[in-house]
Design a binder for this molecule. Structure first.
Ligand code: UDP
Length: 197
């Protein structure tokens, strides 16, 4: 993947269509290694510059896409601009669209029980070809991680979407990515609140 370096973070230069093609290839390939996508915005970049642990999470992600317009702006000031903004909310929907053709299984983790169930219902209606194979709210404590991970593993999703706020969701995915054994994982912030509403 062609990238542009922003404060030492390698951000993908692919546009939305190419990003979805690339991720489809990742999902449909034999290997299916744990793959974390981070939708990078300036707040996350600033946080990474201040907190070495968060920087490591960002660096270790398999793909950073330019979500924030500030990241697109920064890239435009280099010799290797990005094609366009790849917003997490849009990417979520594009993955669901592609998922209809491939019958991907998707697990939704995060937000309140009301929001997550309403989101699952909306997505099932909008993308009947996709199987929502599990849902779970995002208000659990660290000592419940084991149980949450076990439920996700049992559901065996192709894609795991995590909405717990950027401070929590990206480090959580990074920490458990090998144990989760999901081929595509992405933090989606407030997306479920929007979809359910
Ligand atoms: N959220 C969650 N568990 C938490 C905190 C937040 O599941 O412990 C959910 C919240 O319900 C919302 C999403 O994470 O759906 C994003 O939360 P918020 O907008 O507060 O986080 P930000 O993206 O601003 O960091």
């Amino acid at each position: 993947v062609p990238t542009v370096s922003i404060y030492g973070l390698q951000v993908s230069r692919l546009g939305m269509d190419d990003t979805v093609k690339y991720l489809t290839h990742i999902l449909e390939s034999e290997e299916r290694r744990p793959f974390q996508i981070i939708t990078a915005n300036p707040i996350m970049v600033m946080k990474a510059l201040e907190e070495p642990d968060y920087m490591k999470v960002m660096r270790d992600a398999e793909l950073l896409v330019p979500d924030g317009t500030g990241v697109v702006w920064a890239a435009a000031r280099t010799e290797t601009p990005v094609q366009e903004r790849v917003a997490g909310f849009d990417l979520l929907h594009e993955l669901m669209k592609a998922g209809e053709d491939y019958h991907w299984k998707v697990y939704l983790l995060g937000s309140t029980p009301e929001v997550i169930h309403a989101t699952a219902e909306k997505l099932r209606l909008q993308y009947p070809g996709v199987q929502i194979c599990g849902v779970r709210d995002g208000y659990f404590k660290e000592d419940q991680d084991v149980e949450v991970i076990a439920d996700i593993r049992k559901a065996a999703p192709d894609i795991l979407l995590v909405a717990r706020g950027a401070d929590t969701q990206e480090p959580w995915i990074a920490r458990y990515k090998e144990q989760l054994g999901v081929p595509l994982m992405m933090g989606v912030g407030g997306s479920f609140d929007v979809i359910s509403g």
